[in-house]
Design a protein around this ligand. Structure first.
Ligand code: UDP
Ligand code: MG
Length: 319
């Protein structure tokens, strides 16, 4: 059977928060890239650059409107308030799904080298539904960016959360994977954690992380820590399980302490009441922590149930 190759429509989804210094420079780079891809027949001429203004307080939206007036390749979505990069991306993806075959998400600051798009499109042609953009090096990141970022991946791994190492929000998704993503109706959605759970055929495209073209990072250390906590608490009930484990250990140690206290009492090396107080502290502490852990396990169940995540996603159907 002859394989039919049709040209796909690509939407570049770009979240922007207070990016007035960056957006004009980046828009020209995106535009050039899109034109080249269209000329090379790698994407259809209906492809667009979709800027999602995440409730910026500066002139970002005015600039997006101006870009759209000058060239209809640029389109925009304006969120009513600063919903955060994750939600901005989600809004963009949901919109893109209605009009395109594939969407690629990237930062507006060109830190994700746009030449990665070629590689992503190629891998998509080769059958990958999801292509993760992965930073091959972080030479251009400062220590204060690199250290928390790498600790983040290590911590996630420790918590049993399946995320792709050194991959941020630069990724290609086919329409059906965005449709699958829509099945996840939870409010705190962390894309880097959910997307690997979708399944489908995935692959990796490597690129060098660049410096910001202009403006400053919109992620302070505080925002990064918030994101990490958000991620752990939306993906893992391991912290709760850990309480059970520590409680169990405490309880076992308390039994040892009980034996020790009795031994000290029998050998007569103790003042009155010591045995009782010390063994009670250990025993009660152990029992309390263990009980908390048990309660935590049930709360963990309630928590996972309330997410109402889809239990399966169908990739193919023969009918
Ligand atoms: N961003 C957003 N909402 C926010 C914070 C950031 O849409 O609340 C956008 C931002 O405009 C940029 C991308 O998310 O396009 C990544 O942010 P940034 O470059 O500041 O993060 P960094 O690359 O320093 O981690
Ligand atoms: Mg950036």
């Amino acid at each position: 059977m002859k394989k039919q190759i049709s040209i796909k429509t690509l939407y570049l989804v770009i979240p922007c928060y207070n990016e007035e210094d960056t957006i004009d420079v980046s828009a020209q780079v995106f535009k050039e890239k899109m034109h080249t891809l269209i000329l090379d027949k790698k994407i259809s001429k209906d492809s667009k650059v979709l800027f999602v203004d995440d409730g910026s307080k500066d002139k970002t939206w005015n600039l997006i409107e101006k870009l759209h007036d000058d060239d209809k390749m640029f389109i925009g979505l304006k969120l009513a308030h600063n919903a955060g990069q994750q939600n901005a991306l989600l809004a963009g993806l949901h919109f893109a799904k209605e009009h395109s075959d594939i969407a690629i998400t990237m930062d507006v600051d060109l830190q994700d080298d746009i030449s990665v798009i070629d590689d992503m499109l190629k891998q998509n042609m080769d059958g990958s539904d999801i292509v993760y953009g992965v930073r091959s090096s972080r030479k251009k990141d400062s220590f204060f960016k690199k250290f928390p970022a790498l600790s983040f991946y290590k911590l996630m791994h420790l918590m049993g959360i399946d995320i792709v190492y050194n991959h941020a929000e630069c990724r290609l998704m086919s329409r059906r994977t965005i449709e699958a993503l829509e099945e996840y109706t939870e409010v705190n959605l962390f894309l880097r954690g959910i997307v690997p759970q979708l399944g489908f055929k995935t692959s990796i495209a490597y690129y060098e992380r660049q410096k910001r073209v202009a403006g400053k990072t919109k992620y302070s250390l505080k925002k990064m820590i918030k994101l990490a906590i958000e991620c752990i608490t939306s993906f893992s009930i391991k912290p709760l399980t850990m309480i059970t484990f520590v409680g169990l250990m405490m309880f076992l140690v308390s039994l040892g302490m009980l034996a020790y206290c009795l031994f000290v009492k029998v050998t007569g090396n103790t003042i009155d009441g010591w045995t009782f107080i010390v063994s009670s502290i250990w025993l009660v502490g152990g029992i309390q922590l263990l009980s908390l852990g048990v309660i935590g396990e049930y709360i963990g169940k309630i928590y996972t149930e309330t997410k109402r995540r889809p239990r399966y996603i169908i990739e193919k159907e023969l009918n």
